[in-house]
Design a protein around this ligand. Sequence first.
Ligand code: AMP
Ligand code: TRP
Length: 377
Amino acid sequence: MLKILRVAVCSERTRMARSERFRKYCNQVADIEYPKRIFSGIQPTGSVHLGNYFGAIQRWVELQNSGEAVLCSIADLHSITLPQDPQKLRENVMLITATLLACGIDFKKSILFEQSKVSMHTELCWVLCTITTMARLAHLPQFKEKSESLKNVPLGLFIYPVLQAADILLYKATHVPVGQDQAQHIQLAQDLAQIFNRKFGQTFPIPHALISDNRSQKIKSLREPTKKMSKSHTDSKSRLNILDEPDVLLEKIKKSVTDFTSEITYEPDKRQGVSNLINIHSLFTGKTPEEICKEAASLNTGQYKLLLADIVIEKLSPIRNNILRLTKEPAYLNEILKEGADRATELATNCWTEVIGKVFGNDLRDVKNVKNTAKVM
Ligand code: AMP
Ligand code: TRP
C-alpha cells in the first residue's frame, strides 16, 4: 500500500515539476519575438455543419477582420487518412473553398490554400515523426474514436496529429483557433515544438490553442445531444449543414431530440437537447440564453423549434446562395487556391530551410540569420 502511495506521490511530483518546467519554458519562448500568426485547417469532407461554422470558421473570419494574419488550410492530406474517391475529393475541395469564401474568408487578407500543394507539410511531418513516440499518439481521442470501428487501421490515421503539428509549426503559427475536440492535437504540437527546440535550438514558437467560448466550442448532435455534432455521424439528421435546404433544416430541427419537459429552460448539464438548441439560437442572434428563455416563456419545445428553424433558415440562406453561386466558378476557385499555395510556399520555405539546416547540418544558408521575414499580409 505504502509503495503504491509513494509511486502516486512521486508521479504527482514529477507531473508538477514537468508542468512547472513547461510553464517556465513557455515564458522564455514568449520573450522571443514571434509575429502573431494564426493557422487553422479544415478537412474537405463534405458540407460543413454548424459545429464547424461556430467552432472554427466564424472565429477565423473574426480574427481576419480584426486585422490578424490568418492562414486557412484545406486539409486534404488529413482527409485521405480515411478512403476518399479522388473525383469526390476534388469536388469537396471546391465546395469547402466556396464555403470558406461565402462565410467571409477574404483571400486577399488571409492565405487560403490546399495543404497538399505545399509539399513541406509532409516533409516536416516526417522530421517530427522522428521525435514523436507511439505511446504519445496512441492515447489521442480522435485516433481512438476513428480507429475503433476499423479492422485494419491505416498508419496515416495514427500519425494524423503529427501532420497537424507540422501544419502549424511550418508557419511558426502562434495561435490556432479550433473547437474543443482539437485541444489535445494542439497540445501535441506544443510538445513537439518544445522537443524540437530543445534538441536543435530555438526554432518554433509554442502555438496556443484559441478555443472558443463555452457555447461554440462544442455544438452537440441533434440526435444524441451528449455527443458533438460531427460530419462522420451516420445519421444525417444529427447535424445542420450550411448547405441544407430550408425544408431540410426545418425537418431536422423539428425532429431534434429533447426531453419530456415542455418549458424552455437553459440547463446544459441536465437538459442537453433543448440547451443545445438555445446555444445555436444564441450564437446566431447574439442574445444570451437567459434572454432567449425569457422570450420563449410562453412556448413549448415544439413551438420553440419552429421559431428556431425560422432563425436558422434566415441566417443560413444568404451563405447557402453564395456557396451555390461560387461552386459554379471552379476556375475562379482554383485561381484563388493557386495564389494561396504560392503565398503559403513562400512562408513555409523560410522555416523549412531553417529546419533542414538544423537537422541535417546543411549549410543552405546561415541559419542564425533566418528571420520570419515573409509576410502573410
Ligand atoms: P473537422 O470537421 O473535423 O474538419 O473540423 C473542423 C473544425 O471544426 C475544427 O476546428 C473542429 O474543432 C471544429 N468542430 C468540429 N465539430 C465541432 C463541433 N461539434 N462543435 C464545435 N467545433 C467543432
Ligand atoms: N485536424 C483538424 C480537424 O479535423 C483539421 C486540421 C488540419 C487543423 N490541420 C490543422 C486544425 C492545423 C488546426 C491546425 O478539425
